[in-house]
Design a protein around this ligand. Structure first.
Ligand code: GAR
Length: 215
């Protein structure tokens, strides 16, 4: 499956996907990586891996529609079949989301539907939650919403700070995103209704993949 990555920042999740796709047995290849941010650290990562890379700077577009049209054109030109948002911090228009419906994944650093949005780890600590984690889901028009493909749980430790907790959740993200992408690329995770059905060993089991707390 041909993958297009959208990112805005340091690109560590993209890096995990690049690493996974570098295995000849992995069922996906990255054909383009697009950043809305010309200063994104991830640009160097994608270029070093030899992936065709574009900057589509949202500041140079009049509105969300024209920006999204440019994204859409670049993805289509590259022959993308599935879009993977990897730390892509722009809200997409309904038109873009509809046209890539069930063909676009996102990763978010919480157990959705809890803690959507920004400053997740700070809010998890403030709320006193004992368990947090990461979620890979198909993208819908509402931010951080959509059918869940896979979740990883991460225990919150009593002495955690935003830095220590975010580092452990990020490590879980790097394992989870390639696992979820593999399921989707192999056609084993499909949207049925607004839930994901996982196909395992000849039978269909409804519900996302769960990765228990990492040591
Ligand atoms: C990751 O933690 C990702 O889950 C989060 O941004 C970070 C990007 O880091 N995404 C969101 O919050 C989306 N709502 P990275 O650039 O190192 O992959």
């Amino acid at each position: 499956m041909k993958i297009g990555i959208l990112f805005s920042g340091r690109g560590s999740n993209m890096s995990a996907l690049i690493e996974a796709c570098s295995d000849a047995n992995f069922p996906a290849e990255i054909v383009v990586a697009i950043s809305n941010n010309p200063d994104a650290g991830g640009l160097a990562i994608a270029q070093k891996a030899g992936i065709p890379t574009h900057v589509i700077n949202h500041r140079e577009y009049e509105n969300r529609e024209t920006f999204d049209a440019a994204l859409d054109a670049a993805l289509k030109t590259a022959g993308v079949e599935l879009v993977c948002n990897a730390g892509f911090m722009r809200i997409l228009t309904n038109g873009f989301v509809e046209s890539w419906k069930n063909r676009q994944l996102n990763i978010h650093p919480s157990l959705l539907p809890a803690f959507k949005g920004l400053h997740v780890h700070e809010r998890v600590l403030t709320a006193g939650a004992r368990i947090t984690g990461a979620t890979v889901h198909f993208v819908r028009a509402e931010m951080d919403e959509g059918p869940i493909v896979a979740q990883a749980a991460v225990a919150v430790q009593p002495d955690d700070t935003v830095e220590t907790l975010s580092a452990r959740v990020l490590a879980a993200e790097h394992k989870l995103y390639p696992m979820a992408l593999r399921l989707v690329a192999e056609g084993k995770a499909r949207v049925q209704g607004e839930r994901v059905a996982l196909q395992a060993a000849g039978h269909t089991e409804t519900g996302p993949l769960f990765v228990p707390p990492l040591a």
